[in-house]
Design a protein around this ligand. Structure first.
Ligand code: PNS
Length: 168
């Protein structure tokens, strides 16, 4: 094996996929934890048109980049494919997902098993956010926006103006 290939294969690269509509303090907490465990974290922002996101994928990527700027081993990309195909492209077989409460389990297990059925090397690793972020979700943030509800404690400060500017 060429040295380049050897180095590539020893890097522990993990993918943190999601819609990130928008990225929240809970997501950043998971990214921070994952960045301390793995060599490289690829935050993969799914276009996910089926979910009719509030924010364009380009803006979701920009917000995730701003929110993770201080974490050196994090990259943010967008994707519009199966996660298993992305994992082949990135040469990464570790998927990170955050779990907040029992209610997350069913969806997460289904997705984890479905992905494993498509590619057996794929390993889904669940991380818990800090308790103070356990109730935060992008959908809660989105539901507050039409009523100008307070979101300062839910999302990184550096993306507040992007959220207000881009909400539709
Ligand atoms: O933040 P979300 O909306 O819970 O993230 C869901 C996401 C993007 C991880 C999931 O929809 C996904 O992996 N989409 C890519 C398409 C795919 O691989 N679907 C099969 C997964 S079972």
């Amino acid at each position: 094996m060429e040295l380049r290939e050897k180095i590539k294969s020893t890097i522990k690269r993990a993918i943190y996929p999601g819609t990130f509509d928008p990225v929240t303090n809970g997501h950043v907490d998971i990214i921070q934890r994952a960045s301390e465990i793995f060599d490289e974290i690829v935050v993969a922002v799914a276009e996910n048109q089926a979910k009719k996101p509030m924010f364009e994928v380009e803006n979701r990527v920009i917000m995730a980049e701003k929110a993770t700027r201080s974490i050196s081993n994090v990259k943010v990309i967008s994707f519009n494919s199966l996660l298993v195909n992305l994992s082949d492209e990135l040469d990464a077989n570790i998927i990170i997902r955050g779990i907040r409460a029992v209610s997350d389990f069913e969806y997460e297990f289904q997705m984890g098993y479905a992905n494993a059925s498509l590619k057996k090397e794929l390993e889904t690793i669940f991380l818990m956010p800090s308790l103070e972020y356990a109730f935060i979700s992008s959908s809660i943030v989105r539901s507050l926006l039409p009523f100008d509800g307070k979101i300062e404690h839910l999302v990184p400060h550096c993306i507040l103006s992007d959220i207000i500017k881009d909400k539709s």
